[in-house]
Design a protein. Structure first.
Length: 187
């Protein structure tokens, strides 16, 4: 069963990665870097600050930083424990796929997917009651994580597992944040 799942994962990766073309390589190389998402992050911070005030926005930033640090460190532990080769380093497929960017670290599971989904879930749960279209925030982890497949760095299962891990962490940290805010406001 596991072998069949991994074969399907590899075949799906080869298909999705093969959809790319050279004219779009630079675009997806930009999409995969967090620094280029800064205007989105600033806009979201503004929306948060506008509704919850400076103090609570600061608390939100602290919890978000803790969430990303925790998610990132656990992701690295899992990657180093499982040691799944990235597609770009897999001798079975590296000659038939498009490799736009190459990394020597391990693949399972995607830190980009885990961190982007964790932070999106966390922020979504905070601002959903204030804005009608907060579901649009989920375009960020979808586009951000797909870039990893396009570039030849992650299998779809790496992305999906990262999403699941990120969702769980985002919800846990939101609950901790909510408890803190309730306690903070009652004092």
């Amino acid at each position: 069963m596991l072998e069949e799942l991994l074969k399907f994962d590899k075949d799906l990766f080869v298909f999705l990665n093969g959809l790319g073309s050279v004219p779009y390589d630079d675009f997806w190389s930009i999409i995969t870097k967090q620094i280029y998402w800064t205007p989105l992050f600033i806009g979201i911070f503004y929306l948060i600050q506008k509704k919850v005030g400076w103090k609570n926005a600061g608390i939100t930033i602290v919890f978000l930083a803790l969430l990303i640090t925790f998610t990132d460190q656990i992701t690295n532990l899992v990657k180093n424990g499982i040691q799944r080769l990235r597609p770009c380093n897999n001798p079975e497929i590296k000659d038939i796929i498009r490799i736009v960017i190459s990394r020597n670290s391990f693949s399972y599971f995607s830190g980009h997917a885990a961190n982007s989904m964790a932070s999106t879930i966390f922020i979504f749960l905070i601002i959903r009651k204030y804005y009608n279209h907060t579901y649009l925030l989920f375009l960020f982890p979808l586009i951000f994580a797909y870039s990893r497949i396009y570039l030849g760095l992650h299998y779809p299962l790496d992305i999906l597992s990262g999403y699941v891990f990120g969702i769980i962490n985002g919800i846990i940290f939101y609950k901790l944040y909510s408890l803190f805010i309730i306690k903070y406001q009652s004092n």
